[in-house]
Design a protein. Structure first.
Length: 256
């Protein structure tokens, strides 16, 4: 009787240990896709057309986009983020992706950005020569990068990330705490939305469409996040292209 009781208890223990593993949701695949905003127009290898082909090549189930929630509803004209009316909105309509807006609505939007912008302005007034020197440095970095960007993969590789990481490290050192804090808060806002999408879409592929300067920060933090299988975007884009999938159903825009 005692041995039988032990066997029952052992079986119950094994079952109890197996249940959490069985119940654990599969990780979401996440690919961070860097965009160039208006510079797609002057980067032949990563034109607006090439961006559209690249998004489709990554075969997302879900998109996280660099927009406010109202932008997804009203789709305003974009002077800087021209990829949205020209590329992203048409793809959302065609493929019916589920979409998450990473930028917050007001008042959180201004709460993060206003002091960040003011820090840059104060620096240009306080140290005009340094501000001008940094502007020349930044312009030169982008001139070099545009020469280097001979494919979408290169826009998303470690070389581009390292150049833009160095640019922001110098910018923060020169401008000070306002720049450092603002950049961190803005990126953490994006990260929070991505992790929400991960939680709500286990086992799905999420493509994060974001300006290239955010790429290194988001990749670094997503690599440490639980429930995330971070994909190497550059390697995916170097691989042979798969046939695109036509998706049915309506586009979903989460409101929470």
């Amino acid at each position: 009787m005692f041995r039988q009781t032990l066997r029952i208890l052992a079986s119950a223990l094994v079952l109890a240990m197996a249940l959490p593993a069985a119940a654990k949701a599969p990780s979401a695949q996440v690919a961070v896709l860097a965009t160039l905003h208006q510079l797609h127009a002057t980067t032949p290898a990563y034109s607006f057309e090439a961006l559209g082909q690249t998004i489709e090549r990554l075969r997302p189930d879900v998109l996280c986009v660099e927009l406010q929630p109202d932008d997804l509803q009203h789709r305003p004209a974009e002077a800087t983020k021209q990829e949205y009316p020209r590329v992203v909105y048409p793809l959302i309509d065609r493929h019916h992706y589920r979409v998450y807006a990473m930028e917050p609505a007001e008042p959180a939007y201004s709460d993060i950005l206003k002091p960040y912008i003011e820090a840059g302005h104060d620096f240009s007034v306080r140290e005009p020569e340094q501000a001008e020197a940094f502007s020349r440095y930044s312009d030169g970095a982008y001139t070099g990068l545009q020469t280097y960007w001979t494919s979408p993969a290169r826009v998303n590789d470690a070389v581009t990330d390292s150049v833009l990481r160095a640019k922001h490290e110098l910018q923060q050192a020169m401008v000070g705490d306002g720049e450092r804090t603002g950049w961190e808060r803005w990126n953490r806002q994006f990260l929070g939305v991505i992790l929400q999408a991960v939680k709500e879409n286990p086992g799905k592929r999420i493509v994060v469409i974001v300006g290239a300067e955010h790429g290194y920060w988001l990749r670094g933090h997503l690599a440490q996040a639980s429930g995330v299988q971070l994909l190497d975007t550059a390697e995916l884009l170097r691989a042979p292209a798969a046939k695109p999938i036509q998706r049915a159903g309506r586009a979903g825009v989460p409101t929470a």
